[in-house]
Structures are given as structure tokens and as C-alpha cells.
Design a protein around this ligand. Structure first.
Ligand SMILES: [Zn+2]
Ligand SMILES: [Zn+2]
Length: 198
């Protein structure tokens, strides 16, 4: 099946440039929501574990995942596992878990487009001619879900979110508020981590 799931314009604006990976992640996120039978996450009920790390390309897809699912970094429901892989596990406590990864054959086929020649020369995506970006992105929109993604049910996947707390206290040194979990004690007084010296 070809489910285009073309990202809305605001998602490109949020991401900052046009590239093929944000749309791939957007589609991955949409498909994962459909698979689990859940809507875009309004609050804190869907957890995404993105397997990207740092210092490698193609991490852009995770912004697409965030745009599609609203499982965002700042809500604390999107984490990176630092495996350096183009994959993500989507977990909903009532619906279970599914892992989506990009198939190597798809990644290899995509790599033949001129966009990647520019990237390997160190050209940033916003500096690549728009027609070169569109060429690969349009090709992706025509590919089947099955060609792009490996989909694995994860029936044994378990995750226990940390218990939230509204409690906070002022650091006795800098005077700034610190949430309970991150308070430390120095000379018997509450301090923040930077002021704690350890
Ligand atoms: Zn990008
Ligand atoms: Zn402090």
C-alpha cells in the first residue's frame, strides 16, 4: 500500500528545511498510530523510543515522528536510545508496542538520488537546489509502506514511566527553582546540580 502521508507545511517549518527524512518519519509516525489504533497523543500516553544517536545523518526522521504523533521530546515521551539506527518503537500501555525500521534495500535505493551526493559533499539540506530535494522526496511518496518499513509487533515490550511530581524547592545557593527529582543536598541544604559541585 502507498500511504503518502505528506507532512503539512507547518511540519516543514518546524523542522527548518526540506529534506526526505522528515517526511519518512512523518509517515512512520502516522502508520504507527494506525497500527496501534490510537490518535495523535494529546498528553502523555504514547511513548516513542527513537533509535538514533548523535554524529550520524538521517536523524531528521524523528522530527517527522514528533510532528505526526505529538509524542514530543519536551513532553518527556520521546527518548533516544543512541543505537545509531533508523528505527523507532511506539508504545501505548493499553495498546502494546510496535517497532518500525527502515529497510536497508529502501535506504540503498534512496541513496542513489543526487540529494545524497550533495550531502556527502557537506552541503546542508537548505542549500541543496529545491528540485533535487523534491526529486527524492517525490520518489519516496510513491513507494509502498512495505518497501520502506519493517514492522515488528513487540508483545513483550515493557516500559514504566517515572512517577511525576509537582514538588520543587529553591536552590539554597542560586535561588532558582529545582524539581524534586533533581534536588541535591550540600551541607544539609537543598541545591541544584550545577551548584552542587558534583
Ligand atoms: Zn531534515
Ligand atoms: Zn543552584
Amino acid at each position: 500500500m502507498v500511504t503518502k502521508h505528506v507532512p503539512p507545511e507547518w511540519a516543514f517549518e518546524f523542522h527548518g528545511h526540506r529534506c526526505p527524512f522528515m517526511p519518512i518519519g512523518y509517515r512512520m509516525g502516522k502508520l504507527a498510530l494506525e497500527y496501534l489504533g490510537v490518535e495523535r497523543e494529546k498528553d502523555h500516553g504514547l511513548f516513542v523510543f527513537a533509535e538514533i544517536g548523535i554524529g550520524h545523518p538521517q536523524t531528521c526522521f524523528v522530527d517527522g515522528v514528533q510532528a505526526a504523533t505529538s509524542a514530543t521530546y519536551a513532553k518527556g515521551i520521546l527518548e533516544k536510545t543512541f543505537y545509531g539506527k533508523l528505527a523507532a518503537t511506539f508504545y501505548h500501555p493499553q495498546k502494546g508496542a510496535v517497532r518500525y525500521s527502515l529497510k536497508p534495500e529502501f535506504v540503498d535505493a534512496m541513496g542513489k538520488y543526487e540529494f545524497f551526493a550533495y550531502r556527502k559533499k557537506g552541503v546542508e539540506p537548505s542549500q541543496i537546489p529545491p528540485n533535487v530535494v523534491d526529486e527524492v522526496t517525490d520518489w519516496i511518496y510513491e513507494q509502498t509502506d512495505d518497501y520502506m518499513f519493517k514492522v515488528e509487533a513487540k508483545p513483550d515490550f515493557k516500559y514504566t514511566p517515572v512517577k511525576g511530581s509537582f514538588n520543587k524547592n529553591k536552590c539554597s545557593i542560586c535561588g532558582e527553582y529545582v524539581f524534586e527529582r533533581y534536588l541535591r543536598t550540600k551541607d544539609g541544604k537543598p541545591v541544584c546540580i550545577p551548584c552542587s559541585g558534583y
